[in-house]
Write a protein that binds this ligand. Structure first.
Ligand code: F1P
Length: 568
């Protein structure tokens, strides 16, 4: 069976783990260009059919929200839910500033705590997904529902799409993801009667009757295999922003293709700075490797974007939540989130720059790195950091400059990326400010994704281009982990699965009860364990005991090096 494209390994990045920092950036760039230029025979986001659908959908959204009781709901899990939140927040702020009704809502699996920490198990529940959508829409007469699942796989979203299909008079369902429909997930969903593929096929039928939309451009595999926070997350942002902008702003004075080409131009501008970005990765890698932490500080969308980047590091790289953290100026008061202030729910939810200054700054060390994102936070915080021992970096963006300047040398690594998107002058004054904000935020996403990915590569958390320390925290990630173990061994799928279970249950001999337990039990058992997948790879590859696999890893956490020592 062909693997979904979002789970395939990208040949462009197969040596990213042994590349220099600057080369890492160049590899990420090459992979990101596939968003705009396509992959194999696909056209990426410039595909004509896709653009036509976006045009029609934007008109549909615009009709729905013009009427009383109409709304847009964007929903997703993990990064997809976080991008849904950001989009709803941005466009509601814009509508409010124009004195219009705020008509965007978001849903994220696991509710608002999942904006900051990964709660992947909630992604596996289609029934809760449908209940949440019902709740959010109970007062509404007409809704455009946009379900985002990059892999065309999340049961939470499947439940919501299925609900929409059962009430066509109220809902227009939209699916965003990055696989062809035939590669949607076709595995049983616990306590449900359909697979994702079946729901997607029903949606295809509805689309032919003009009652649904599927936006699924093929943009090629992720640079780190399966890491949908990267290209897929960026493409989700671009699609949602283009759609929303064209739905609410009819006199933008640009075409959809032109707007998309502006995203491409700023992508080129950011990655042209591969040298500076490489230096940033070196600083960040040095911090993680010496046991230090990385702290992003930013205002508004920059702070939020950085928090989103940080939130995906624990599940992707088995990182601790302290390793990379993001803080936003003003904390919850800047968020407009559904569940309000969660700062009393634990330190993971202390997200304001003020929390950072109170709790972290007094004990900061020379191993730590503080990254100021944007001019606003630089004005606010740089002075108080100057005399502290930590490493410091400052990233900002400038428009209408021809070259990138390195300023404020006394601050440490400080550079300003010159963004230049032709066509800017054509945009109507009414939405120019908003477009600039969107382009700067996506640029910031490319910067922080490069930083956190590069730093974890330098820490040895990637082998070839595989995230070998992925957290086994939901059904998709369980199956991905089995695939990773199989990839590194010559074992069958079943044998690889058994190696993973041995690591999860910490035993050399599995019981019948363990092998026959449902996937959810394996996920629960894995949830508190560290290095589950690296240990499973070693026992699969070296046929060793759990105990010796753990010993090898405690002496040498970089898996490629362990394997080089033991395998000829
Ligand atoms: C949702 C998601 C990802 C996350 C991880 C687990 O994926 O939470 O955002 O990085 O892979 O799954 P999807 O439903 O958008 O494919």
């Amino acid at each position: 069976m062909e693997q979904p494209i979002t789970e395939q390994s990208n040949p462009l990045s197969s040596n990213i783990d042994v590349a220099s920092s600057e080369e890492i950036v160049q590899i990420l760039y090459a992979c990101d260009l596939e968003i705009f230029h396509g992959w194999k025979n696909s056209q990426g986001i410039k595909d004509k059919g896709l653009i036509e659908k976006i045009e029609n959908l934007a008109k549909k959204i615009s009709n729905v929200i013009e009427k009383p009781g109409g709304g847009i709901v964007i929903s997703g899990c993990g990064t997809s839910g976080r991008i849904a939140f950001l989009t709803a927040r941005t466009f509601n702020c814009y509508l409010k500033s124009k004195g219009k009704e705020e008509c965007f809502q978001y849903i994220i699996a696991g509710d608002d705590k999942a904006l900051f920490t990964s709660i992947e198990l909630a992604e596996d529940d289609p029934v809760v997904g449908a209940e949440k959508l019902n709740q959010v829409c109970k007062e509404k007469a007409s809704v455009v529902y946009i379900g985002v699942t990059c892999g065309l796989s999340a049961p939470f979203v499947a439940g919501q799409l299925d609900l929409c299909l059962s009430q066509p008079e109220k809902y227009t369902p939209v699916l965003i993801g990055f696989n062809p429909v035939e590669l949607a997930r076709n595995l049983d969903i616990e306590k449900w009667d359909k697979t994702f593929l079946q729901v997607a096929q029903n949606l295809e039928i509805a689309e032919k009757q003009q009652k649904a939309f599927i936006l699924n451009p093929v943009i090629g595999p992720e640079p780190i295999t399966g890491s949908s926070r990267m290209k897929s997350g960026t493409t989700t942002r671009i699609l949602l922003e283009v759609l929303s902008l064209f739905a609410i702003q009819k006199d933008i004075k640009l075409s959809i293709e032109e707007l998309m080409s502006m995203y491409e131009s700023v992508c080129n501008c950011v990655y042209k700075q591969s040298h500076h970005l490489g230096s940033l990765i070196d600083l960040a890698g040095a911090s993680l490797n010496s046991g230090g932490n990385i702290y992003y500080l930013g205002c508004e969308g920059f702070g939020l974007m950085a928090m989103i980047d940080a939130s995906e590091c624990p599940p992707t790289y088995g990182a601790s939540f302290h390793d990379i953290r993001g803080f936003v100026n003003g904390g919850f008061s800047a968020l407009n989130n559904n569940d309000g202030d969660l700062s009393n729910s634990g330190s993971q939810y202390q997200i304001s720059v003020e929390d950072f200054e109170r709790e972290i700054l007094p004990a900061i060390t020379s191993d730590d790195l503080v990254v100021l994102l944007g001019e606003d936070i630089f004005q606010r915080s740089s002075k108080s950091l100057l005399d502290l021992p930590c490493k410091k970096a400052y990233v900002s963006f400038q428009w209408d400059q021809t070259s990138t300047s390195s300023t404020c040398v006394e601050f440490g690594l400080a550079f300003s990326i010159a963004l230049n998107a032709p066509l800017m002058d054509r945009i109507s004054p009414d939405c120019k400010f908003l477009v600039i904000q969107l382009l700067e935020e996506v640029s910031l996403k490319w910067v922080v994704n490069s930083l956190s990915t590069g730093a974890h590569i330098l820490k040895g958390k990637v082998c070839q281009n595989i995230m070998i320390d992925v957290k086994v925290s939901n059904s998709k990630l369980f199956h991905r982990a089995v695939g990773i173990v199989q990839n590194y061994s010559s074992l069958s799928h079943e044998e690889s699965c058994h190696c993973l279970l041995k690591s999860i249950y910490d035993t050399d001999i599995l019981t019948e009860e363990q092998t026959s337990a449902p996937v959810v039990s394996h996920i629960n058992a894995a949830s508190q364990k560290l290095m589950v997948v690296p240990v499973a790879i070693l026992i699969a590859k070296l046929s060793c005991s759990i105990k010796s696999a753990k010993e090898m890893i405690s002496c040498q956490p970089v898996l490629r090096k362990v394997l080089m020592n033991y395998v000829n």
